[in-house]
Design a protein around this ligand. Structure first.
Ligand code: F6R
Length: 613
């Protein structure tokens, strides 16, 4: 949801900023722009659409600068156009600003500033910041920004510069993420770590309310009242290669194939097959409190919400603790009754999703113990949680989440097993059995992913289908939802996920020979019911893509060899089956989108981190 980069130092700022923006394009790609200062002259260049358009423009007419800022936009206020592209400037063209977030009171501010004579040229909320700072500027940008922040309502990560204050950037954070990259006589600002990994591994994470003044030689970090804050930098241990495509055509395909590794790393050091126990010491004091939990509230958005639905099933099945699931965006707007001994588990890849954060804070305020399952160390949610279970999926760049999803399910499985043991609802023997089968999952995933090549038949058919239906039951009902979401977001095919038993209550009316129906049919408690549902589809002339366990002999009997398809994955304990059943659905969505000529890693209208509500 908008990416920001800033640079001060001795290099040419333009390539540093553009390279950083490339790593942040997952956050938005409606337009991109840079503003740099050289010898007291401020120059801006902006282009609509993807970063490559800006790069083309810079190639045709190069820019250079000693310090500067850049932005890649996911439009909220004002359509994607060059005029609305960041950086935005004040009337005199001396102050420029880039912004991620929403200035909620921009209209009254704009009306007031316009009445004072400020000329607005865009439809954005951000432009108001440039004019507001201009109106308060008395020769000191830091002071003007600080006073302007006092008037802003909403959420923001902001970076500003003034052309007459050389080698200085001012940044502020309330909501969306911002990090400072620390170099030798050079410093960087960015919305996310991968933007700066080619230059530094040392980062300062800004907290809400922080204001930072960055020059090549100094980083002055202050809180909202201007008090200097001392904060230790953190060293990032990721390999920058993890954020590269590594020979794959798309990040999404690479990340699909990274899932065995992501699951293995998420299990690493946390399971003891010998003692049949799960070890979650990283939860710290919160782990002790888990024992008292009488109820778990899971909050999340999108794909992470689907992981939460699997989590509910696991918590109830394995730990026998009541669990409920909420969309982050809904939780606050009902009247959540958070009883004593409630645990709130927020599931978020980025740790920055505004809706999830808001729900988490509300649950915390109402007295729940706040636990996060998150993929980004140091992200907002990890700093607000009483304890965090990190998923070790590594940086996820493809906008459609894949490896973070399976890693989240694994983290939820570990939490369910631990809770079961702490509450005495899971025997040591059963826990060991479950752990043994969970530990085999990465290997089984490798085997399942080998089917990649066979997806083309499905992709050929599906890329011509305007609609699809996904059916699942029990622990695989959320996987039907996730399969449909993957298909929608990257291929733009309308797809619905349904609990298979609900089909007869309405969606069955959709079934005819043109509607592909994906049916998740692993062996387990609801296998026979799924077989009946498949038969209901076939009886109405429907065409089915069945996902079964290897060795299945029944599903094939109800399908037609020339009209239907079957993909199978290795058999596994039913509770862990989502980890395997989701793989063909991810691959199916990927290959269908590629065949349909879609932009798989950057689907239209989407952004990876949604930091506005
Ligand atoms: C879909 C997808 C989104 C995210 C959602 C929550 O593929 O990636 O639905 O799952 O925006 O994001 P996080 O997990 O970062 O809170």
């Amino acid at each position: 949801m908008c990416g920001i980069v800033g640079y001060v130092g001795s290099r040419d700022a333009v390539p540093v900023i553009v390279e950083g923006l490339r790593q942040l394009e997952y956050r938005g790609y409606d337009s991109a722009g840079v503003a740099v200062v050289r010898d007291g002259t401020l120059q801006r260049r902006r282009s609509v659409g993807k970063l490559c358009n800006l790069e083309d423009s810079l190639r045709a007419e190069p820019l250079a600068g000693a310090f500067g800022i850049g932005h890649t936009r996911w439009a909220t206020h004002g359509r994607p156009s060059e005029e609305n592209a960041h950086p935005h400037q004040d009337c005199k063209g001396k102050i420029v600003v880039v912004h991620n977030g929403i200035i909620e009171n921009y209209l009254p501010l704009k009306t007031r500033l316009a009445a004072q004579g400020h000329k607005f040229v865009t439809q954005t909320d951000t432009e108001v910041v440039a004019h507001l700072v201009e109106s308060l500027y008395k020769g000191d940008l830091e002071d003007a920004v600080r006073r302007a922040l006092g008037e802003l309502e909403g959420i923001y990560a902001l970076v500003l510069l003034h052309k007459d204050e050389p080698q200085k950037l001012i940044a502020a954070r309330k909501g969306p993420p911002l990090v400072v990259g620390l170099g030798e006589k050079e410093h960087f600002l960015a919305s996310d770590i991968p933007a700066l990994l080619s230059y530094t591994r040392d980062f300062l994470f800004l907290d809400d309310g922080d204001v930072v003044v960055v020059t090549p030689d100094s980083v002055k970090l202050t809180d909202s009242s201007g008090r200097v804050v001392k904060r230790d930098p953190q060293r990032i241990t990721w390999d920058p290669i993890q954020a590269e495509k590594g020979g794959y055509r798309h990040f999404m395909l690479k990340e699909i194939h990274e899932q065995p590794r992501a699951v293995r790393d998420t299990l690493l050091g946390r399971i003891g097959i010998e003692d049949g126990e799960v070890h979650l010491e990283e939860l710290g004091a919160a782990e002790e409190e888990l024992k008292r939990a009488k109820r778990v509230m899971l909050v999340a958005c999108g794909t992470s919400w689907h992981a939460a639905l699997v989590g509910k099933y696991l918590l109830e099945q394995v730990a026998q603790v009541p669990a409920e699931v909420d969309y982050g965006s809904e939780f606050r707007y009902r009247n959540p009754l958070v009883g004593p001994a409630s645990l709130c588990v927020a599931i978020t890849q980025s740790g920055e999703t505004a809706d999830t954060l808001a729900a988490f804070r509300e649950a915390k305020r109402l007295g729940a113990l706040p636990i996060a399952i998150c993929n980004v160390q140091g992200s907002m949610i990890t700093r607000e949680a009483a304890g965090t279970l990190l998923t070790h999926a590594g940086p996820e760049i493809g906008v459609a989440s894949t490896k973070a999803f399976t890693a989240q399910i694994v983290a939820l499985a570990l939490l369910a097993l631990r809770l079961g043991r702490l509450r005495g609802t899971l025997t040591n023997e059963r826990c060991r059995e479950l752990l043994e089968s969970l530990a085999r999952v990465p290997h089984l995933m490798e085997n399942a992913l080998a089917m990649s090549g066979r997806m083309d038949d499905a992709a050929k058919w599906l890329s011509r289908s305007p609609n699809m239906l996904y059916l699942g039951r029990g622990v695989n009902y959320p996987i039907a939802l996730e399969g449909a979401l993957k298909m929608k977001e990257i291929s733009y095919i309308h797809a619905e996920g349904y609990p298979a038993g609900e089909m007869k209550h309405g969606p069955i009316a959709l079934i005819d020979e043109s509607l592909p129906v994906v049916a998740l049919c692993p062996r387990g408690r609801v296998y026979d019911k799924m077989l009946s549902n498949i038969q209901e589809v076939k009886a109405r002339g429907g065409r089915v893509i069945a996902i079964t366990f290897q060795g299945d002999t029944e599903v094939g009997k109800v399908l037609e060899a020339d009209r239907d398809l079957i993909f199978d994955v290795p058999a596994v304990a039913e509770v862990w089956s989502p980890l395997l059943m989701v793989l063909p659905l991810q691959l199916m969505a990927y290959h269908t989108a590629v065949r349909a000529g879609r932009d798989v890693d950057q689907p239209r209208n989407l952004a990876k981190s949604v930091t506005v509500e």
